[in-house]
Write a protein that binds this ligand. Structure first.
Ligand SMILES: Cc1cc2nc3c(=O)[nH]c(=O)nc-3n(C[C@H](O)[C@H](O)[C@H](O)COP(=O)(O)OP(=O)(O)OC[C@H]3O[C@@H](n4cnc5c(N)ncnc54)[C@H](O)[C@@H]3O)c2cc1C
Length: 407
């Protein structure tokens, strides 16, 4: 029996592709290598699923060889349509007030389950534990499972994800399947990933969050103010994750010097005057308590100790020279980034199937008619905050419709 569409991979993009194809009347089969579809959706947004972002229609929030590539799919299935689509599936969304949308139930499982249910209700078929090992161009296409099973299809959607979080099923299979068909794959790197920092500041401040600005002077990178979280290995949180793509690329030239501005709302002179007035107001306080109410209380003592300054000294002994040194540290605390936590902890993939070989409006291969791509397998990497799922929904929707011949 020949299916109209076989979707390889039952993640966010594959489920959406399967659903849009099935709803347009096509006979669809999703082949998922894991025991159930949507395993990565379950871990998104710490189990709450930040399913899109108010800014996610803007191509400036996507990285890759050519961010304009995203325009066609994002315009065809924009944020407003995504919110309406999920509301119709029974999953209304809420904006947390900063443009980050979550399901009203704050349950990522509800998102995955609703997609799967709707797909099955539309007549879609699914085989789990079916790892695809080869694709032979059609028509009809022959899809070969790792165990020797074969399926035949008029068109194929490759939605295997990238290499991030391989425990959820995406370990780069899609790149080799596309490569074997003659598609170029650009170099891949972990993205949206925590950063390793030399020294033990992270150890002392483990779990502490600050609102800061992060700079990498060598590369001219700057991000924030946003939240940064210290961890035993280094730093995480939106600020570090947001810069991790660029930092990851810069790390190819060796460890990278970073500067952390812990009081970004004040420039050097303002901060110096502020410390001076605080010291005059509280001369008997310990130096480590000088910024109580401004920074989390563990931060200043740790910063001082790292620089060999005793935080237990009374503020009164703060010389002009020490104050200026302190200003320098608070405005530009030096950190050395030695690496990222790698694929296991990455939320996205930078690089992927070369988009110059894919038609942006339909997501069909320019090499093999009848082959479509969707999601993270393509060289498209969104920013942290709902952008990667938006790309998965939009590209999945477009690839599914076109694979079914319905757009
Ligand atoms: C911890 C974490 C948190 C995240 N949080 C967010 C968030 O809140 N908001 C956001 O926008 N993005 C988030 N992301 C990113 C987002 O989840 C992904 O970009 C998105 O899920 C990619 O969808 P996809 O369908 O392309 O790939 P995937 O979701 O990876 O799905 C690919 C599927 O293909 C299957 N597969 C792979 N190879 C084969 C094969 N050979 N045969 C058959 N099946 C195969 C896999 O098992 C998998 O089910 C997060 C990612 C992680 C890891």
């Amino acid at each position: 029996m020949t299916y109209d569409v076989v979707v390889v991979g039952g993640g966010a993009a594959g489920l959406t592709a399967g659903l849009s194809a099935a709803r347009s009347g096509a006979r669809v089969l999703i082949l998922e290598r894991g025991p159930r579809p949507g395993r990565k959706i379950l871990v998104t947004g710490n189990g709450r699923c930040n399913l899109t972002n108010a800014l996610a229609d803007g191509i400036e929030h996507y990285r890759g060889a050519e961010p304009r590539f995203c325009f066609g799919a994002l315009r065809r299935f924009p944020v407003a349509d995504t919110l309406a689509f999920f509301a119709k599936l029974g999953v209304p969304s809420v904006d947390e007030g900063d443009g980050h949308y979550y399901p009203r139930s704050f349950s990522a499982a509800d998102v995955a389950d609703s997609l799967e249910l709707a797909y099955r209700e539309a007549g879609g078929e699914m085989v789990a534990n079916a790892r695809v090992a080869g694709l032979t161009p059609g028509p009809p296409w022959v899809v070969e499972g790792a165990g020797g099973r074969r399926w035949s299809a008029r068109t194929v959607v490759l939605a295997t994800g990238g290499r991030s979080a391989p425990k959820t099923g995406s370990d780069g299979d899609g790149f080799s399947l596309a490569g074997k068909l003659g598609h170029r794959v650009t170099p891949v790197a972990p993205a949206i990933v925590p950063l390793k920092i030399a020294g033990n500041l992270g150890h002392f401040l483990q779990g502490v969050k600050v609102t800061a600005v992060l700079r990498a002077p060598r590369s001219g990178l700057i991000a924030g103010p946003a939240e940064l979280m210290f961890a035993h290995y280094g730093v995480s949180g939106p600020l570090a994750l947001g810069l991790s793509v660029e930092i990851g690329l810069a790390l190819a030239d060796g460890p990278l010097d970073l500067e952390l501005d812990l009081v970004p709302e004040m420039g050097r002179e303002e901060l110096s005057a502020f410390l001076q007035s605080r010291s005059e107001a509280h001369p008997r306080r310990e130096l480590g308590n000088l910024l109580l109410g401004v920074l989390p209380r563990k931060v200043l003592p740790a910063v001082l100790r790292q620089q060999g300054i005793d935080p237990g000294k009374p503020v009164a002994v703060l010389t002009r020279e020490t104050r200026e040194r302190l200003v320098g540290l608070l405005n530009a605390y030096p950190l050395v980034c030695t690496g990222t936590l790698g694929w296991d902890e990455a939320a996205a993939t930078l690089g992927g199937v070369d988009i110059s070989e894919v038609e942006p409006k339909t997501l069909e291969s320019r090499i093999h008619p009848g082959l479509f791509f969707a999601g993270e397998v393509l060289d498209v990497c969104g920013e942290c905050g709902g952008f990667n799922l938006q790309w998965a929904w939009s590209s999945g929707y477009v690839a599914g419709l076109n694979a079914a011949g319905a757009d």
